[in-house]
Design a protein. Structure first.
Length: 276
């Protein structure tokens, strides 16, 4: 598609630029993946926070479900209002994936037709004529596992696909393990998508160039680290806020106790009257 050519040219440029530092086609894809994920970090941050907030409001959701169990229309309205109040966007969980789709299609074209998109003056361009230059841990990055002749030769490709599935499942479980089951249709849809997507990526990886599968795996690992860091920071901030509120409550309680003691102690009351 002509609309993807600018993306493919940009991907080709970034790959050739990364190759100057890594001197490896495979590690150039790894570097490209990291660059793309850094660029979309604000979306990942919003996704992680939105998912975390959805976990935090589970008690409120269950309360609403009990209150409006016989009125689904009212329940959906109340849940939508709750999401709006808490700043939660249920579709935000898949937004980073949607944003990356043009990159996937563009990288597919670059891997299949590298001579059309890698700059001719780049150091990577003449290397493409050597079949060994596109190998990464014995895998040809330009072809999918389905095109490999024997099952023995497919083993590295299958291991790569397996790691894509496992890291995707871990990444999904990383944020939803505390959320539990929900009767909210939107939440159920998001949970279903979260379960299907890892298997979907594993399935399509069988027919995609292995270089694109390397992109999937690197992205999963990078986002696992990102999400762990974001969740840790969010929890630390929440703990500090709770400690601050508890300290203020304790100070208020101590002040009220002191005033009550002063009022109940007749000797202190007599001293105050004498001073007056």
């Amino acid at each position: 598609m002509a609309i993807l050519e600018p993306f493919a040219l940009a991907i080709g440029f970034l790959l050739s630029y990364s190759f100057d530092f890594t001197n490896s086609y495979g590690f150039s894809i790894v570097a490209l993946t990291i660059i793309i994920n850094i660029i979309i970090f604000p979306l990942t941050l919003r996704q992680t926070r939105s998912t975390k907030r959805m976990q935090d409001i589970q008690p409120e959701l269950k309360k609403l479900q009990k209150q409006h169990k016989d009125n689904k229309e009212q329940l959906n309205k109340e849940i939508a209002e709750l999401y709006k109040t808490k700043g939660i966007n249920p579709l935000g969980c898949v937004l980073p994936l949607i944003i990356q789709m043009p990159v996937w299609f563009a990288l597919f074209r670059v891997l299949r037709e590298p001579l059309n998109f890698i700059p001719k003056d780049a150091s990577l361009f003449p290397q493409l004529g050597d079949p060994s230059s596109v190998l990464f841990y014995t895998m040809d990055l330009q072809i999918p596992a389905s095109e490999i002749a024997t099952w023995i030769e497919r083993i590295p490709y299958l291991v790569l696909i397996l790691f894509v599935i496992l890291t995707a499942l871990y990444q999904q479980n990383q944020l939803t393990k505390k959320s539990g089951n929900s009767n909210n249709p939107q939440a159920q849809q998001m949970q279903m998508i979260g379960k299907i997507m890892p298997l979907f990526f594993g399935f399509i990886s069988w027919t995609l160039p292995s270089g694109l599968v390397v992109y999937f795996l690197t992205g999963n690992i990078f986002r696992i680290g990102q999400q762990a860091l974001i969740v840790k920071i969010e929890e630390n901030q929440k703990d500090k806020a709770n400690q601050k509120d508890q300290k203020e409550d304790n100070n208020t309680s101590e002040t009220l106790t002191d005033k009550k003691d002063d009022k109940d102690d007749p000797r202190k009351n007599r001293k105050k009257r004498r001073r007056k």
